[in-house]
Design a binder for this molecule. Structure first.
Ligand code: UGA
Length: 437
């Protein structure tokens, strides 16, 4: 099989498919990325991936190429795993890369081929791509487009691919591709992974609906957190209490700085844009509120920082712990942590940032912030500390030791992960979203 697009999703999928015993070719137009992957170097931080990549390069099951001609001859099953970012100046998804894979690959194919879409796309895309493929396919060549959405979380990519919690497959009417897909995922299906075979539009919608639900859950708890703060209640205890109801569940009720990354924010926007195109914009207008609540968390943390700086950020030395959009990742796309650091810096604060993995990406995105090599270095002389991404090393900081490094022991726990009492006992003033400490 081939995996076209070798970003977080594609590189992980390619390596894991090889790990499961398949012969895999990973393809990308980015020469530099392919060169790094060929040499066993994962171009991003994903725990456990490098080991699998190297093992399967060594055993020869996994290879990488930039040449569509080569991969067109290599396999009959092709995974489409290129990005669908938000369009400039619009909420809609940009399908340029998805479409160009079809127009570059399909004319080179011969015989019978199955293209399995993994990218997150607006409903109706698979049908549109099928029309394009039918137009471009050689005579006597059959190309079928099916949708097989991906649910992997960055930082858990390997386990989510090898042992997914479900597999969804969307097929066109009369398709015989299910058997092929059963072979691809034989080991997962043997382990009784739920397998939902449906039409293509349902499969496309499953993905955006799942991400929108997760985003809604986070914004729900963040909205309630605002109420908790005003009324003197505690959002963590509240989330624990409602989370015991298994219809609700405790996961994704982590109140704080909110969601970011390359998926949730752009997916809810693309979902709204598609609903509008289909004449159902009212159905999803609540997602605009989900988005607004989420963005407001960043402003609220900046507001807390302003209050702690005596009403004016000018000159305040602030340390922001975390730059990645979530722990165990180096991804800074739409990162709440970096957004806050940037806003504080633009407001005149002297901001110092530390992240265990995302420094290089953060520096590229926001070159004007000060990046420090160690967490101690970042904390030295700080008048305010903001915990913005809940990396383990930040959760485990010793409040007494840190108090000896900073100029003023004031911390905003923007992810609600610290033992507030222990920090207070060590002399810290602690603020958190949704809690009146
Ligand atoms: C998300 C989905 O969880 C995956 O299932 C999906 O496959 C993926 O998008 C995708 O579409 O490719 P991911 O973006 O890796 O995965 O990150 P999540 O673990 O979902 O976290 C998203 C954001 O929500 C992070 O910024 C995290 O800090 C935040 N979050 C999460 C909260 O603010 N509170 C919570 O309780 C949980």
């Amino acid at each position: 099989m081939t995996v076209i697009g070798t970003g977080y999703l594609g590189a992980t999928h390619a390596a894991c498919m090889a790990e499961l015993g398949h012969e895999v070719r990973g393809v990308d137009v980015d020469e530099a990325k392919i060169e790094r992957l060929r040499s066993g170097d994962v171009p991003f931080y994903e725990p456990g991936l490098e080991e699998i990549l190297r093992r399967n390069l060594d055993n020869g099951r996994l290879r990488f190429s930039t040449d569509y001609r080569e991969v067109a001859q290599f396999a009959h099953v092709h995974f489409l795993a290129v990005g669908t970012p938000q369009q400039r100046g619009s909420y809609a998804a940009d399908l340029t890369y998805v479409r160009s894979v079809i127009s570059d690959l399909v004319p080179l194919l011969e015989g019978s081929h199955l293209i399995l879409g993994k990218s997150t796309v607006p409903v109706g895309t698979a049908a549109e791509l099928q029309d394009l493929a039918d137009l471009l396919a050689k005579e006597n060549t059959k190309v079928e487009i099916a949708w097989n959405p991906e649910f992997l979380r960055e930082s858990h990519g390997v386990e989510d691919t090898i042992t997914p919690d479900r597999i969804v497959l969307g097929l066109r009417a009369g398709s015989e591709a299910e058997e092929t897909v059963r072979e691809v995922y034989a080991s997962q299906l043997e382990a009784n992974t739920p397998f939902i075979v449906t039409d293509r539009q349902t499969a496309e919608l499953v993905k955006v609906a799942a991400n929108s639900f997760l985003a809604t859950k986070i914004s729900f708890i963040n909205a309630v957190a605002e109420l908790c703060e005003i009324s003197g209640a505690d959002v963590k205890a509240l989330a624990d209490a409602i989370g015991y109801d298994d219809r609700i569940g405790r996961k994704f009720l982590g109140a704080g700085l909110g969601f970011g990354g390359g998926c949730l924010p752009k997916d809810i926007r693309a979902f709204m844009a598609r609903a509008g195109e289909l004449g159902a914009d009212q159905a999803l207008s609540f997602l605009r509120e989900v988005d607004t609540i989420n963005m407001r968390q960043r402003d609220r943390v900046v507001q807390f920082a302003r209050e702690e700086s005596g009403g004016n950020l000018l000159g305040t030395r602030i340390t922001v712990l975390g730059a990645a959009f979530k722990p165990n990742s180096d991804d800074v796309r739409d990162s709440p942590a970096l957004n806050v650091a940037g806003q504080l810096s633009l407001g005149g604060a002297a901001v110092s940032v530390y992240d265990p993995q995302a420094m290089a990406n953060a520096r590229r995105e926001f070159p004007t912030l000060v990046y420090t090599d160690t967490v101690e270095g970042a904390l030295e002389g700080a008048e305010l500390v903001i915990l913005a991404t809940e990396w383990k090393i930040f959760r485990e900081l010793d409040p007494e030791r840190v108090a000896g490094l900073v100029a003023k022991p004031v911390i905003i726990d923007a992810r609600n992960v610290l033992d507030a009492r222990a920090w207070q006992d060590a002399g810290w003033r602690v603020r958190a979203l949704g809690r009146s400490l």
